[in-house]
Design a protein around this ligand. Structure first.
Ligand SMILES: Nc1ncnc2c1ncn2[C@@H]1O[C@H](COP(=O)(O)OP(=O)(O)O)[C@@H](O)[C@H]1O
Length: 328
């Protein structure tokens, strides 16, 4: 397939997900079916950053799709050290980095700590809900890297048991919701029914306030006939992920996308396996980016996306496949 049109890209960006760095020996996922390379993940991050820094066409920005350091750091009192280690690497890259927050961010830091940390990249925002009273702690924003194109960073742990104080309204909403479907004592253990399996503590959802804000962003983009890419840690389309990894109210997000014409792509991490589907109803491309943490040290897991007027072209490295996302 001819991936690239014979013209320079309008702009280019990098994607990387689930680095989950920790200064620990290799381990396994919970079910012990897949190896996790805690130390090598730093080298794979370095490979990505070196490649982006040295490429002839440098990416305008990087999307870091969440779970930058592993939750095990917290157990070893190493959260800040591990974060400093990975951020030092990002420091060598001239491109702006947009950080998405995943469950492992919240294993290491509270929401208010994250809001005051370098992982809060909303300083690059054109617009977010955070100026709005009562919505100050939603980590969502939009930015426009090129005329006619908008990117939206969404907070998939806005309604969550992670990172929020028990007195918080969204913690209570999360507890009520998860208890409806998950009867296990250990709320990290997924319910048996596949249609409810996402209701675990390592997932979360989007609040109504955040959805209302997204609705207004997408309405403006519809009017201006812009192309919108949404990024978050949790996937929302069942066609591109294991059902256990979906956002709790993924259906609300899909309905929101369906009610607007501007969205072209939704990108997430979390599943580590990677996945893709084209939603036939909307023409929206749903991509789940392979996680660095479960990528063999001899391979790689990052991608570079070149954006053209009619498509985005993903060039994958290592585990990540090349793909073309045509705009419908
Ligand atoms: N099936 C399960 N039953 C109970 N706890 C689980 C299960 N799967 C994951 N967990 C726990 O949930 C947390 C997040 O799981 P983890 O696999 O580390 O998430 P991620 O895929 O984001 O790396 C960990 O504390 C893990 O032990």
């Amino acid at each position: 397939m001819d991936l690239c049109p014979q013209q320079p890209a309008l702009f280019t960006f990098g994607v990387i997900a689930d680095v989950q760095y920790a200064d620990l020996d290799d381990g396994f996922n919970f079910t012990r079916t897949r190896k996790r390379y805690y130390r090598s993940s730093l080298q794979l991050l370095k490979n990505a950053l070196k490649s982006w820094s040295e490429s002839a066409v440098k990416p305008d920005f990087i999307l870091q799709l969440g779970d930058l350091i592993d939750g095990f750091n917290k157990l070893h009192g190493a959260s800040q050290r591990a974060l400093d280690t990975v951020l030092r690497e990002f420091g060598s890259c001239p491109a702006k980095v947009h950080h998405v927050w995943g469950n492992h961010e919240f294993y290491n830091f509270s929401r208010s700590e994250l809001m005051r940390s370098p992982l809060d990249s909303s300083l690059y925002a054109d617009w977010g809900p955070r100026g709005v009273p009562g919505e100050d702690d939603i980590y969502a924003y939009q930015f426009s890297p090129f005329p006619g194109f908008t990117f939206v960073v969404l907070d998939a742990y806005d309604v969550s048991l992670l990172g929020r104080q028990q007195s918080n309204k969204q913690y209570n909403n999360a507890m009520n919701l998860i208890r409806l479907y998950n009867k296990n004592e250990d709320l990290n253990c997924p319910p048996g029914l596949q249609c409810h399996s996402r209701f675990t503590m390592f997932n979360g959802g989007f609040s109504q306030e955040q959805l209302d804000w997204l609705d207004s962003v997408l309405s403006v983009a519809d009017e201006k006939q812009e192309r919108v890419t949404i990024v978050s840690h949790l996937p929302v389309h069942p066609g591109c992920t294991d059902s256990v990894c979906l956002a709790w109210n993924h259906d609300d997000l899909l309905a929101m996308i369906r009610s607007h014409s501007c969205v072209v792509c939704y990108m997430a991490g979390h599943t580590h396996d990677g996945g893709y589907c084209l939603d036939k109803d909307t023409g929206v491309h749903h991509l789940t980016v392979d996680g660095v943490i479960e990528t063999h040290p001899d391979s790689d897991a990052y991608g570079t996306v070149s954006v053209y007027p009619d498509r985005m072209v993903l060039r994958g490295n290592g585990k990540i496949m090349d793909r073309v996302f045509l705009f419908s």
